[in-house]
Design a protein around this ligand. Structure first.
Ligand code: ZN
Length: 162
């Protein structure tokens, strides 16, 4: 097994056993739910923005291991970031998961690059992207988002939050 594959499995296992920022958020300012009917992933995401910075974030729901690990890691990396920085990461994560990220260009994904392998697993790409797409939906006051139809993260435009 390659080092990156091993790391990937360790990260997925760890975040499934101990998902970070799991649970509802009492004083959330932004909320959305995300659905991926292909796999059955269904998550609820809540964010508390203060002065345009993510002060708190929480998620819960039923999802596969990849979706749960992606959501868990996402909450740890975007907490404390501004909304604009978080949206930038949404775009970068989506590009990475779909194989569109330029490996030579600078990005802000850090240890999230363990998910880069999903680009070779087409049925898993949506599982990994769903939490990020849900974060984008929450910022843009969409109550729910789905990986199907217009809201498909593979095709939906993810622009700057404004
Ligand atoms: Zn899934």
């Amino acid at each position: 097994m390659s080092v990156s594959k091993q790391l990937y499995q360790e990260v997925i296992l760890d975040h499934n056993k101990k998902p970070r920022n799991w649970g509802p958020l009492a004083d959330a300012t932004h909320k959305a739910e995300g659905l991926n009917p292909l796999c059955g992933d269904h998550i609820h995401l809540a964010v508390k923005l203060k002065d345009d910075t993510i002060e708190a974030i929480g998620f819960e729901g039923e999802s596969c291991a990849i979706c749960k690990a992606s959501a868990s890691m996402m909450t740890t990396v975007v907490k404390g970031k501004t909304r604009a920085d978080a949206e930038q990461m949404v775009r970068e994560f989506r590009d990475m998961a779909t194989g569109k990220l330029d490996p030579g260009a600078p990005h802000h994904l850090g240890r999230l690059t363990v998910f880069s392998g999903v680009r070779d697993l087409p049925t898993r790409v949506k599982c990994a992207i769903l939490p990020w797409h849900t974060l984008h939906a929450a910022f843009n006051a969409q109550e729910s988002t789905s990986t199907e139809a217009d809201a498909d993260p593979m095709h939906a435009p993810i622009g700057d939050a404004s």
